[in-house]
Ligand binder design. Structure first.
Ligand code: PRP
Ligand code: ZN
Length: 285
């Protein structure tokens, strides 16, 4: 029996969420990420746990068929793999930061200076694009310490909450790229693996769509029913049922998280009452 082999970060910013996503997709694993590999019970999937930095190469080589990795690692490693899905979690940005006390004005201020980073490929590309020559100093960790110990004048690193920068007396001065968790895939998958990947992505998309949408029920006065329907996008068109009370209807639909509050405000203006909003468990798209 064919199995799809997926590489997931062993520990760190992506690992917990990735395991949770698989679980919500109905794929239960017999153990946590303590082991180096585990086999799913309910889907032909084998998970191997790796350092995020290594995942793109393992997927290119076909040791893993697919992987979940930060877009930053995908961009840095420049491996021959396909980005097949964006997952929307572990969002962060890759930014240049300098000591808070520096009077930074433009990127030109960094010409000829040393910039410490674990992402030399992305940084060098950016500097080349902007026509700036600087000394890219590669460190594998604790990059944020570089300015205070005199190794560099600036750093280029992941920023998420920004608290690492603050606690090291640094300020973000240029955002170079945004990143989120993504699924990458080997470029030479066999038919069986391709089929399994399609099945897995279908499940993952259903979980992501559910997380981004809410089910909404409300009572609408019939004289504003048409306007209320126009405000609600829904998957197709909303379900409408008459209420026992004359002149009122019950309306059911699906609302996107993105426009949620705008839509709610508009519905209230139009006289909607008894608005109920319910989380969606899975959404088959
Ligand atoms: C990153 C980065 C910073 C920190 C920023 O490290 O190197 O140290 O996160 O996050 P913050 O803005 O929320 O403080 P990470 O924990 O991802 O480890 P890694 O660099 O070793 O992969
Ligand atoms: Zn890392």
């Amino acid at each position: 029996m064919e199995k799809l082999r997926i590489a997931i970060q062993k520990s760190g910013r992506l690992s917990e969420k990735s395991l949770e996503l698989l679980k919500e997709a109905g794929i239960s694993l017999n153990n946590g990420s303590r082991k180096l590999r585990s086999v799913a019970q309910t889907f032909p999937l084998e998970v191997i746990y790796l350092r995020d930095d290594d995942i793109p190469q393992y997927v290119e080589d076909g040791v893993a068929h697919i992987g979940i990795v930060g877009e930053n690692e995908y961009a840095e490693k420049e491996c021959a793999v396909d980005l097949v899905e964006r997952l929307g979690y572990s969002r962060c940005r890759l930014s240049i930061a300098v000591p808070k006390s520096e009077g930074y004005r433009t990127l030109g201020d960094l010409a000829g200076k040393r910039i410490a980073t674990s992402y030399p490929v992305i940084l060098k590309k950016y500097l080349a694009e902007k026509g700036i020559t600087a000394d890219v100093h590669v460190l594998s960790g604790s990059v944020e310490l570089a300015p205070s110990i005199g190794v560099a004048e600036a750093i280029f690193d992941i920023v998420s909450s920004g608290s690492t920068l603050i606690s090291n007396g640094l300020k973000e001065v240029e955002t170079v790229m945004k990143s989120e968790a993504v699924v990458i895939a080997n470029q030479n998958l066999g038919d069986a693996e391709k089929r399994l990947l399609t099945d897995l992505l279908f499940r993952i998309r259903s979980v992501l769509a559910a997380a981004n949408n809410k089910y909404i029920l409300l009572n609408a006065p019939n004289d504003h029913l048409q306007q209320i329907i126009e405000v609600l996008p829904g998957m197709k068109s909303p379900t409408i049922m008459p209420l026992a009370e004359p002149g009122w209807s019950s309306v059911h639909s699906v609302l996107s998280e993105k426009t949620f509050w705008e839509v709610i405000d508009r519905l209230r203006e139009l006289g909607a009452q008894g608005i109920l909003v319910i989380p969606i468990e899975k959404m088959i798209v």
